[in-house]
Design a protein around this ligand. Sequence first.
Ligand code: PAF
Length: 293
Amino acid sequence: MQVIETIDGLRSARRALRGRVGVVPTMGALHDGHLALVEQARQDNDAVIVTIFVNPTQFAPGEDFASYPRDLQRDVALLQGAGADFVFTPTPALMYPPGFQTYVKVDQVTQGLEGDRRPGHFRGVATVVAKLFNLTQPDVAYFGQKDAQQVVVLRRMVADLNFPLEVAVIPTVRESDGLAMSSRNAYLTPEQRPAAGVIYRALVAAAQAYEEGERTPAHLRQVVKSVLKTEPLAEVEYVALNDPTTLVGVHEASEHPLLLSLVVRVGKPFLLDNCLLPWALNTRAGLSATLGV
Ligand code: PAF
């Protein structure tokens, strides 16, 4: 496995590759969720490029850009084990040199949910991912279900800007109590960590209600909120039901699949999670067919 720090180095490594190339864009602080993306990329492709870049433009002032967990040595060792061929680790100065002024703005699907909670976030994500696609020229790019709106935004960008690649969505990898793996889980104290398990129990309760025939969005949200309420350390930021293709909010009962997403604060971190309803859609095939365009 080769670690590449320059754009020229990446371009010449990419030029030498033949066959299908998979890319896994990350911000490092890797966990088993990232490694599942790399392992899937390994199975599907002839070569795998992983990028590690804590992207300053997707953090608002006051967010955790400076303190975001970073451990390149550990990440590189994990990626070697997972079968990556190349790891691209640019600096902010390389990605955003002086004079940089071109951004990618995806309109409607960046509104609501994380787009409202983190203004400017998806402009930063879309911009850096467009740059990473141009640099790595993959056939397939791998992203996790946990950041479902990010998937919808990037699929829209890929369709609208004619990037010649497929966006693959891999189901959320969970801890034994169901907590979605996330680099920001590291912010949880030993007291807060068990409390965060309530998030998965809330999603499962909604999925069960849906299975039993509940379709009214307000009732499904109430099921989620009543489970979250049982945990005093959990502060609900939002619980939302949206159309998984357009992300338009859903307020009337219907038989169309739903994206149930929530953000809950436990101590310092805001923890994101989601599922598709019906629950059976939370597979790679179900997500790929349902989430975004
Ligand atoms: O999901 C992430 O880790 C980031 O948003 C991404 C896609 C690597 C862009 O910086």
